[in-house]
Design a protein around this ligand. Structure first.
Ligand code: ADP
Ligand code: GLC
Length: 481
């Protein structure tokens, strides 16, 4: 405080609660506020897609030209700030009906047919528009770019706008939330992003004959971070590097890991309005009520209240390790244990979970879809939360689980390894079904001992993963830049 803080502009494809497919949205919904609490002026720039519930926003620019090479796209800019529940953070929505919807765009990145064929243009425009928003509406000292969708910004800044006095002092930070999504496009599409062909070479934008947005961000940003310390190390190895580990090792001097925090105003069982009853470390009674109501909501037998209840809330993607659950399901469900799962995504996992429900109808219920209220009720009503991820940059659900007294069973990778220890959860190391099964059995066995289990729950509930220390770490990174 008192000190003159930099002005930070975050650029992202998601922000909670307006546009969310996973944890990226949660981070963008919370980190800017935590930085504002430290005295920063923060802006967030996202596309205005779908029928985002953004009625509190006002259109501040009707037609802002966004140059893409020798072409030009026009966007509208909507602003929401101050009293609209975002603290002293300014939110800018970039509007272009053809690119972002609301019509003709079922999802954020694609529909039933797959990824949208114009994603390279959609997110080139987002990045280039953010720079123009900085010019006209919110001068930024630091551009904090998130994932591949914002990764062309540092390239536009250093190449297209080199020499532009408006940006001569600007610095860039790229946060990698997931190295598994890089934004890969066919080479001939480069000209449609407005960037020059000369950048298409292996030390800049080319990745095995294709354009790689995330690689561009890694090459052109002043600093790079990921969302846990462990993941920052893992991505420099061949096993977790998705082909970019060599480049990341080259850039290791500017690469760090900063653990995500949690927004406890949104995820707190003592105040959570989505729950049928509330509870806290001092009074756990409501948790049993949440379990009873969840079993009922999911159509599982009432008598199951006296068996351990496993919970899952997730995107259904290979990353999340559900192949292991398919592998060991018969051996899990030969015991008295139930599972409730909420998720959507890849068809093969929707099929896998639907199959489990068909095979074990009085033990497994799966809801396919996206429901924030149900996600809260599963966190609250389950006894054990499963995250057997193949890799996990940070992972938020295991941290929510701790807060809700739901003991996590996790694979020791990335942020799961950094946030869970033997006293609060169960970890396994090798990515195979037997290792997961052993951890699930240990957890179920430990659950039998009521007093020890409660002590474990309470230890987890008292852990503090609020944003303040992480925001402080970002602050230090900005100031170093
Ligand atoms: P990732 O970002 O890889 O999906 P995280 O654990 O960081 O994983 O964050 C996932 C976030 O998305 C959590 O807030 C979780 O509750 C939410 N989420 C994921 N799938 C669903 C779903 N089907 N319905 C509701 N919320 C979901
Ligand atoms: C990504 C990761 C997840 C992380 C989230 C927010 O989606 O898969 O582990 O928690 O981003 O950083």
């Amino acid at each position: 405080m008192g000190m003159l803080r930099s002005r930070v502009m975050m650029v992202s494809s998601e922000v909670s609660p307006w546009a969310k497919s996973g944890g990226l949205a949660d981070v963008l919904g919370a980190l800017p506020k935590a930085l504002a609490d430290l005295g920063y002026h923060v802006a967030v720039v996202v596309p205005r897609y779908m029928n985002a519930a953004d009625s509190a926003a006002t259109r501040v620019i009707d037609r802002m030209p966004v140059p893409l090479g020798d072409r030009q796209v026009e966007v509208g800019v909507w602003e929401m700030s101050g009293a609209s529940g975002v603290g002293s953070v300014s939110l800018y929505f970039v509007e272009n009906a053809a690119l972002y919807g609301p019509q003709d765009r079922a999802g954020l990145y694609g529909d039933a047919e797959g990824d949208y064929p114009d994603n390279h243009i959609r997110f080139a425009v987002l990045a280039r528009a953010a720079l123009e928003i900085s010019r006209h509406l919110f001068h930024a000292d630091v551009f904090h770019c998130h994932d591949w969708q914002a990764s062309l910004l540092p390239v536009f800044l250093r190449e297209t706008l080199a020499g532009d006095p408006e940006f001569s002092a600007a610095r860039t930070l790229l946060t990698i939330h997931n190295l598994g999504y890089q934004g890969l496009f066919d080479a001939p599409l480069l000209s449609e992003t407005g960037l020059g062909d000369y950048l298409f070479n292996p030390s800049q934008l080319e990745f095995w004959g294709r354009i790689n947005f995330l690689k561009a961000g890694i090459v052109f940003s002043d600093a790079i971070n990921t969302v846990s310390r462990k993941y920052a190390e893992e991505i420099q190895t061949e096993e977790y590097g998705f082909g970019l580990d060599g480049l990341l090792r080259e850039r290791s001097r500017v690469l760090s890991g900063i653990l995500n925090g949690v927004d406890y105003t949104n995820w707190n069982p003592a105040t959570d309005a989505h729950l049928p009853a509330r509870f806290s470390p001092e009074n756990l009674e409501g948790k049993r009520e949440c379990k009873r109501a969840l079993l009922n909501e999911m159509g599982l037998p009432e008598r199951s209240i006296d068996q351990p209840l496993l919970g899952i809330v997730s995107r259904f993607a290979t990353q999340k390790g559900f192949d292991l659950i398919g592998e060991i399901a018969p051996r899990i469900f030969e015991r008295d244990v139930c599972l409730v799962a909420l998720g959507n995504g890849e068809l093969r996992y929707e099929t896998l979970f639907a199959g489990l429900q068909a095979d074990f109808p009085d033990k497994v219920t799966v809801k396919l879809g996206f429901s924030d209220p149900l996600a809260h009720r599963i966190e609250a009503g389950s006894d054990i939360f499963l995250m057997p991820s193949q890799y996990e940059p940070c992972g938020l659900n295991q941290i929510y689980s701790l807060k809700y007294g739901t003991v996590p069973v996790v694979r020791a990778t990335g942020g799961l390894d950094d946030t869970i220890d033997e006293s609060t959860g169960f970890k396994f190391a090798d990515y195979n079904g037997d290792a997961l099964l052993a951890a699930v059995r240990d957890a179920c066995q430990a659950w039998e001992n009521h007093n020890q289990w409660e002590a474990r729950m309470v230890r987890g509930m008292r852990r503090d993963f609020s944003w303040a220390p992480s925001a402080q770490a970002y602050s230090e990174l900005y100031e170093r830049l």
